[in-house]
Design a protein around this ligand. Structure first.
Ligand SMILES: CC(C)(COP(=O)(O)OP(=O)(O)OC[C@H]1O[C@@H](n2cnc3c(N)ncnc32)[C@H](O)[C@@H]1OP(=O)(O)O)[C@@H](O)C(=O)NCCC(=O)NCCS
Length: 186
């Protein structure tokens, strides 16, 4: 087990902690929210059992070092605000993909930014990544803004058929290298 991938992280206003079984209702709310899902090619969670299943799968994968998956929790009131993950590690563990989502009422005040800064630090320093990627739908302006703010740049655009309904979707891959991260470190 990679202890870095299971560690609680702290920022000024947030804890990034491992999901627990008691988060099921919050995961259901997050992953069934149409606004959150608007640019994510996945079937919405439809019931609490699916949310529980998702948590179990997530914890099992984290224990096997397949990914790191954190709940973003507000320090002041312990509110569940969203999630952030590192996944799709390359075989040599030098690159990984980042994923983030916040409940709408917690968007627009910098919580994703604050959390991303901490996870980039963990990725580039503790995990020894040489680059980090973000794979987004090209129309997902808030996500692209988040990555651009933190010095990710566009690597490529491509069309892929939706796994949900088979329709073509324009996607973009954004990338930040360790060198870029270091030279812009916040
Ligand atoms: C992507 C997502 C997490 C970005 O969240 P966000 O809250 O917009 O991102 P940030 O935390 O960087 O907040 C930025 C906003 O907070 C403001 N802000 C206020 N205080 C701030 C602070 N201390 N630090 C940074 N930004 C701050 C910024 O000005 C910015 O406002 P703007 O959107 O009006 O320009 C969110 O849009 C989301 O959950 N989307 C749905 C899920 C999704 O599509 N995920 C990606 C799948 S690939």
């Amino acid at each position: 087990m990679n202890t870095f991938l299971n560690r609680t992280l702290s920022t000024e206003r947030c804890f990034l902690r491992k999901p627990v079984a008691e988060d099921a209702e919050n995961f259901f709310t997050l992953r069934s929210d149409p606004a959150v899902n608007q640019y994510i090619d996945r079937k919405p969670v439809t019931n609490l059992d699916e949310a529980r299943e998702f948590i179990s799968k997530t914890l099992a994968g984290a224990d096997e070092s397949k990914w790191a998956y954190w709940v973003i929790q507000r320090k002041v009131d312990k509110a569940f605000m969203g999630t952030l993950c590192l996944w799709n590690f390359s075989d040599d563990r030098k690159t990984a993909e980042i994923g983030f989502e916040l409940l709408p009422r917690f968007q627009g005040v910098g919580y994703a930014s604050e959390s991303l800064i901490r996870v980039m630090e963990l990725g580039f320093i503790d995990l020894g990544l040489s680059s980090l990627m973000g794979y987004v739908q090209s129309a997902n302006t808030p996500s692209i803004n988040l990555m651009k703010t933190h010095h990710f740049s566009l690597k490529e655009d491509f069309i892929e058929n939706s796994e949900v309904d088979g329709k073509p979707i324009k996607n973009s891959i954004y990338l930040i290298t360790k060198e870029t991260w270091k030279s812009n470190r916040e």
